[in-house]
Design a protein around this ligand. Structure first.
Ligand SMILES: [Zn+2]
Ligand SMILES: [Zn+2]
Length: 269
């Protein structure tokens, strides 16, 4: 069996994307990925890149989908997605974008917290990491509870830098209550989370979130789970999806969601 889905990927419409949308979809077809989503970045908030042309990106993503969908109609179910960053920091724009664009799938992400740059740019030396992570989880709770999205993107994203790059030891049990609150908010609202396999290709070496949080989500009644590689180039497409499926099974899931017109459809694993 090929790779059944990849619901989190970026092309050159994202500032950090390396392959064109054409190359990404061609590669998805080569790999036999049936349900494939392009989810380019739309990052909001005061630290959004000043050079970022929001309307051009949003319009570009909208325009690129129909011709690609037609060209690959017999092989790939191309899903029109977006990775919406920091909806908590500009809810007006977030709501407008979702009203104006007929997305299939919306990943709600947090790449930076209020008053801080992207976790990628922070200097962790001498920083109170515990306090920073508390703020991250609190803002993620707000996103989970009050913003519009289909799945929460890469829960525990800061660990990519804090544990992975910087090498700090983080005791996640300190955050179990707020993580439970986040997962409960997701479940109550009928929304989902994703397994983001990009961490497997990075120094961090684990998925976002890891198996403990995944298991907890299932225990609390979580049912909607998507899996994405977060590939930023065609070469990374589909990477780790099989590990993600194995982790989902281990956590007690027997189906994975793919989204069309913002509605989940389930695929047995
Ligand atoms: Zn992201
Ligand atoms: Zn992403």
């Amino acid at each position: 069996m090929g790779i059944p889905f990849d619901l989190h990927t970026h092309c050159t419409l994202s500032f950090d994307g390396k392959s064109s949308a054409y190359d990404m979809v061609r590669r998805a077809a080569e790999l036999g990925i049936k349900h494939y989503a392009l989810t380019d970045h739309v990052d909001l908030g005061e630290f959004a890149d000043p050079d970022f042309d929001l309307e051009a990106t949003v319009n570009g993503a909208r325009e690129i989908i129909p011709p690609l969908r037609e060209e690959y109609a017999d092989r790939v179910d191309l899903l029109y997605g977006v990775e919406l960053g920091q909806a908590t920091q500009d809810s007006g724009t977030a709501e407008r974008l979702l009203r104006e664009n007929d997305y299939d799938f919306v990943i709600g992400s947090l790449h930076n917290i209020k008053k801080h740059k992207d976790f990628y740019f922070l200097n962790y030396e001498g920083m109170n990491i515990g306090k920073l992570l508390k703020k991250y989880f609190n803002e993620l709770f707000d996103l989970a509870s009050y913003c519009e999205y289909d799945v929460l993107g890469h829960i525990t994203y800061p660990l990519r830098y804090i544990a992975g790059e910087y090498g700090a030891d983080v005791d996640m049990s300190e955050y179990s209550d707020i993580i439970d609150d986040i997962l409960t908010a997701v479940i109550i609202r009928g929304k989902g989370i994703e397994i983001n396999t990009s961490g497997l290709r990075q120094k961090y070496g684990k998925m976002f979130p890891d198996k403990d949080i995944l298991r907890r989500y299932r225990e609390l009644g979580g049912e909607i789970l998507t899996i994405g590689s977060d590939a930023h180039c065609a070469d990374d497409l589909g990477k780790g999806i099989e590990d993600g499926i194995a982790a989902a099974k281990e956590a007690g899931f027997d189906k994975i969601a793919v989204f069309k017109h913002r509605e989940p459809m389930f695929i047995r694993i």
